[in-house]
Design a protein around this ligand. Structure first.
Ligand code: GLP
Length: 240
C-alpha cells in the first residue's frame, strides 16, 4: 500500500517531494534519479534547486522517463530540452550524466534496448519521480500498456496529445509517437514518488491508488511496488 500524503497545493507538495529527493542525494551522493517531465514536477524541481544549493551533485545520475519521437534536436518542448531547462541548469548538474531516451526516428528501433542497458549499467534507479496523466498514464504508458513493459516506442493516446497541445502551437504539432520507459522499468526503481496536483487528476489518482491493478490504469501498477510515496494536493485527492 502506497503512503499517501495530502498537502495544500502544488507548492507545498513540491517542497515535500524535493525534501525526499534532497535527503537521498545527501545520503547517497551517487544517487540515480528517475526524472519526470510535464508540469507537475516543476514546483519540486524549483524547491530542489533551493534545498540542494551549494551541494556537490557531481556524482548524481539521472534518467528521464520519456521523450517525443521525431521532434528536431533542440526543440524547446523536446523532453531533452525540458530536462535541461528545468532540472540540469537550475541544479547545476552535469548534462552528460542525465540521460533522456533518444527520440530520433532513425534510431528509435534500438533506443529502448539501449536505454534499458544504460539504466542497468548505472545500477538502476534509486528514486523515480512520477506524474500521472488524466487517463492514468505514467511516463507515456497509455491505458492498455503491459505492466511488464520495458522502454519502447509507443503511439500517444488522443487524450494525451490533447492534454499536451498546450505546450505546442497547435495539436497538429504534438508528435504522434513517443519513447517511454515501460511500467516494468518504472517498477524496478527502488522508490517511487508520484505527484498529482489539481482537480483534473482526481479521477485518475483515485483509480490508481484505490482501484484494482489493471493495465487500463497504468498508474495502478504502483500497488505492485513495495515503496511508494504519493504526494497529492487537496484538489487531486478529492475522489480518494
Ligand atoms: C505527460 C508526461 C508524463 C506526465 C503526464 C502528466 O504527458 N509524459 O510523464 O507525468 O503526462 O503531465 P502534467 O504533469 O503536465 O499534467
Amino acid at each position: 500500500m502506497a503512503e499517501v500524503v495530502i498537502v495544500k497545493d502544488a507548492d507545498e507538495g513540491g517542497a515535500l517531494g524535493a525534501a525526499v529527493v534532497a535527503r537521498l542525494v545527501r545520503q547517497t551522493p551517487a544517487a540515480v534519479l528517475g526524472l519526470a517531465t510535464g508540469s507537475t514536477p516543476l514546483t519540486m524541481y524549483r524547491h530542489l534547486a533551493v534545498q540542494l544549493a551549494g551541494a556537490d551533485l557531481g556524482q548524481v545520475r539521472g534518467f528521464a522517463l520519456d521523450e517525443y519521437v521525431g521532434l528536431p534536436t533542440g526543440h524547446p518542448e523536446s523532453y531533452r530540452a525540458v530536462i535541461d531547462r528545468e532540472v540540469v541548469v537550475p541544479l547545476g548538474l552535469d548534462a552528460g550524466r542525465i540521460a533522456v531516451p533518444n527520440g530520433k526516428i532513425e534510431t528509435a528501433e534500438h533506443a529502448g534496448r539501449d536505454y534499458e542497458a544504460a539504466i542497468a549499467a548505472a545500477g538502476g534507479v534509486d528514486l523515480q519521480i512520477l506524474g500521472i496523466g488524466t487517463d492514468g498514464h505514467i511516463g507515456f504508458n497509455e491505458p492498455g500498456s503491459s505492466l511488464a513493459s520495458l522502454t519502447r516506442v509507443k503511439t500517444l493516446a488522443p487524450q494525451t496529445r490533447a492534454d499536451n497541445a498546450r505546450f505546442f502551437e497547435s495539436i497538429d504539432d504534438v508528435p504522434m509517437h513517443c519513447i517511454t520507459q515501460g511500467i516494468g522499468t518504472i517498477l524496478r526503481a527502488r522508490h517511487l514518488v508520484l505527484l498529482a496536483f489539481g482537480a483534473s487528476k482526481a479521477h485518475a489518482l483515485a483509480a490508481a491508488v484505490e482501484g484494482a491493478v489493471s493495465s487500463s490504469v497504468p498508474a495502478s501498477a504502483i500497488a505492485l511496488h513495495p515503496h511508494v510515496t504519493v504526494i497529492v494536493d487537496e484538489a487531486a485527492a478529492a475522489e480518494l
